[in-house]
Write a protein that binds this ligand. Structure first.
Ligand SMILES: [Ca+2]
Ligand SMILES: [Ca+2]
Length: 336
């Protein structure tokens, strides 16, 4: 399939259903003060074969802007060029990567969500050779991580061979790369209007001797840092809890829990309770309790909207019934 085949195609058709990104959303709400990339790789949009820029803001650069609420979307207003679609991204500086991530659009639509893909690396941005990986993304809006043998790359290309409903489009909220255990993403964007900043208040236990397990790591916007309870000198058992302040106090209708994203699962929460309160000490009964599905993908939990200033996530048990609790990221879902 020629890489350039679909560039600037002008097929005519109109379509309506790839609606705007303003429909709301699970949003990253941690304070976004620092780039998420611990390895200082910046991802720079180079080109996409098609971008919808009339009917919505579907420009390709949205796939690497660090904002989960913006996305690249191929044309749908005046023309609907069919799959395959592709996006080329430059790694600054050129780096060795061992995988990539794909975050589907996070609004309430799925148009353009990639099903079958191929992923390429290149030194010149033109000759990509054979794909380093091809496959099929699982369904759902969670971030997908694909690993492969380490490859040196200056350019990457994600080619979408098909769409989840076999439609013409491709969309992508965020594309990242995996460098060893570290994932480089675009600099975290300033949260869009209506977003809520999350500030760590306290955790009942934090491992700070043998690793950086500070509670604040659960709300720093970086998937590669995590809160972890103590394990060097002592192993306090579950339940564990973390208290987070919402600035400003807000109505929320859910939360997300991202387990640690390295190759271990210690501390990954199984049974939980979640609280919302105006008072950071007396939380009352939980607004939600349950068990997270297994796996390291982000979990989303919805509940009846409640206003408050503080949230508390209490871990009742660990995935292997061990003593610890860990959390890479906790975010809230704004209510209306
Ligand atoms: Ca984005
Ligand atoms: Ca983190």
């Amino acid at each position: 399939m020629p890489d350039t085949a679909a560039i600037m195609n002008k097929i005519s058709a109109a379509f309506f259903s790839c609606a705007a990104a303003t429909l709301a959303v699970v949003s990253l709400s941690a304070a976004a003060q620092t780039p998420a990339a611990t390895d200082k790789i910046t991802l720079k949009f180079v080109r996409a074969d098609s971008e919808e820029t009339a009917g919505e803001d579907g420009k390709g650069a949205n796939a690497v802007d660090g904002d989960p609420n913006t996305f690249w979307h191929t044309q749908w207003q005046d023309t609907n060029p069919p799959c395959p679609h592709e996006i080329v991204i430059e790694l600054v500086p050129p780096s060795t990567i061992s995988g990539f991530t794909y975050l589907p659009r996070q609004d309430d639509q799925v148009n353009g969500t990639i099903k079958d893909y191929e992923f390429y690396v290149s030194d010149d941005g033109k000759e990509f050779g054979q794909p380093v990986k091809k496959g099929t993304f699982p369904e759902g809006k969670d971030k997908h991580t694909v690993n492969f043998d380490p490859q040196k790359a200056r350019f990457i290309k994600l080619k979408a061979l098909s769409e989840i409903n076999d439609a013409a489009w491709t969309s992508a909220a965020e594309i990242g790369v995996v460098t060893g255990k570290q994932e480089a993403a675009a600099p975290a964007a300033i949260p869009a209007a209506g977003n809520i900043k999350l500030k760590f208040v306290r955790a009942d236990s934090e491992e700070t001797a043998s690793q950086d397990g500070h509670g604040a790591n659960a709300v720093d916007g970086n998937p590669n840092t995590f809160w972890h309870t103590q394990w060097t000198d002592e192993n306090p058992p579950c339940p564990h809890e973390i208290v987070i302040e919402m600035i400003p106090p807000s109505t929320i209708k859910g939360f997300t829990y991202l387990p640690r994203q390295d190759d271990q699962v210690n501390g990954t929460i199984k049974d939980y309770e979640f609280y919302v309160s105006d008072d950071d000490k007396n939380f009352g009964p939980p607004v939600k309790k349950g068990s997270f599905a297994e796996g390291s993908e982000k979990k989303t939990v919805n509940f009846d909207a409640k206003k408050g200033r503080f949230i508390k996530l209490k871990a009742l048990s660990e995935v292997n019934d061990a003593a610890w609790t860990s959390a890479a990221e906790i975010t809230v879902i704004p209510g209306d």
